[in-house]
Design a protein around this ligand. Sequence first.
Ligand code: AMP
Ligand code: MG
Length: 395
Amino acid sequence: MRTVEEHQKVVAGLIKARAPQDLPLNDTLRMVLAADVVAPLSLPGFDNSAMDGYAVVADDVASATEDTPVRLPVAEDIPAGRTDLLTLQPGTVHRIMTGAPLPSGATAVVPVEATDGATDTVTIRAAARAGQHVRRAGEDVTAGTTVLHAGQVITPAALGLAAALGLATLPVLPPQRVMVMSTGTELVAPGTELQPGQIYESNAVMLAAAVRDAGAQATIAPMSADDVDAFRAGLAAHATDADLIITTGGVSAGAYEVVKDSLSDQVEFVKVAMQPGMPQGAGTVDGVPIITLPGNPVSALVSFEVFVRSPLRAAMGHAAPDRPQRTAQLTEDLTSPRGKRQFRRGVLTGDSVSSYGPPASHHLRWLASANCLLEIAEDITELTAGSTVPVWDLT
Ligand code: AMP
Ligand code: MG
């Protein structure tokens, strides 16, 4: 049997990064920057007003107080967006709005609240310090500065900065395109009627969501019956643009193991010493990496967590692709099979963790409300309440 680490290495070796691409800003949230971003311009781009008020020569209003106001003619009105270049003559003021370009010659802005707000001759009731309420060109960003760094995850604020700098695209490591296909003649799409012996197909939507949650793109191919020709035809038809194929089902020891039967020359089918998720496969089909997960829903999702999620994120440039791992104090006694790494579903509350639901691989209900995986080593068969266990934080 293969160890968990051995199979992790095999899967990681198959998943390859795509070439960096320039993508429109709106498509890049949470992607990783492929190159440094150097500011093509300064921010602010020009001296402008930080307040609605009046652009003045500070010396002209030096004596203004509540009791001895200064009255000055308003020579111009400058709303935000005015593009002609103005000059303020001493002894006059310009009415100016927040973000509007400061006229040359002006040395300060008096906020409208310190005036009577007039548009012909304004009464000013407060002195202004030189530079008051003026945003200087370049005080935020100087053109030529590296403002975002390769390897950085793109956040909403990073997108705001890029747009403010006039950039329409960002260089990113593009998302992996993952095709998910489930197999099983017993499977029926949710929303349709079940015949006796049939069950609703649940792996594809679950794994596609896990793929998207990891930051990749997912497409769901039509599920395949346990028929070699149908399965091969489905793969050929739907895997054309995929960087990675994930199948579920058809890899264990039964009589109708369609994935195993179809791909035995391209995929290595192995047993991994873990529970759940023992039967696994990994290989390439026409050059496209394929990971064949077991069909039991809990096995499928736990296997995705253990083998696929990290290399998928690493291929998209994430420097720390793993789930956060920590330890917690177990609240109960647990047993685990000798020789297998057990991943129990758990609920982590503060520093305490309880296992959640039975260890068997079809108990989806428990997985749906768990917030962590408890990892129990191969050589451990019994754990007592209070022992320290490693935990994968799934939140
Ligand atoms: P298999 O790995 O194909 O032997 O499937 C193992 C178990 O998981 C069987 O009980 C299947 O019915 C079930 N199963 C396989 N694929 C799916 C799926 N896509 N959705 C729900 N259950 C599945
Ligand atoms: Mg099956």
